[in-house]
Design a protein around this ligand. Sequence first.
Ligand code: IMP
Ligand code: MG
Length: 176
Amino acid sequence: MAVGAVGRVLVNQDELAQRVRALGQAIARDYADANPLLVCVLKGAVIFFADLIRAVAAPLTTDFISVSSYGTGSASSGVVKITSDLSISIEDRDVILVEDIIDSGRTISYLKRNLATRHPKSLRICTLLDKIERREVDVELDYVGFTIPNVFIIGYGMDHDGLYRNLPYLAALDEA
Ligand code: IMP
Ligand code: MG
């Protein structure tokens, strides 16, 4: 099976660093004394998460959740499943879900509904990328890094068939 190749660079390292710093500053401002719980949605958000939390100059706590929403290809299966759950209670906590990319919106709306049943004090969403043209399920996004066109993205944590997560920039997948 062809795995594609690295296509054009959409966001370079400097642009990423600058935007992530701004998101971190916004979160620090909004949650100055709240000790928010930042939840990394594995695996795609891990690089973004690592950079983001270091850009938040305020006390915070971290946890991780793993979901499977896609098969191995680049088309949505529409099925969302928690494959590894949070390790701590979110009851009465100010929670920020940190995602790599919102595409159809199915994954994040499922997660939001699921976490809401656990009675957090507040629940917001921070995503590096918003592929807004592809939205099928409406969901409010509180912090967005970049709005991007309808192309398949690789790099900075995002993969195609498990590859390319280690690229330090965001590129389009060249499927030719
Ligand atoms: P959604 O449920 O359709 O919104 O898909 C969200 C998830 O699918 C993201 O968290 C990613 O893991 C994955 N995904 C969606 N679009 C892309 C892409 O362009 N590149 C890599 N992964 C993607
Ligand atoms: Mg993801």
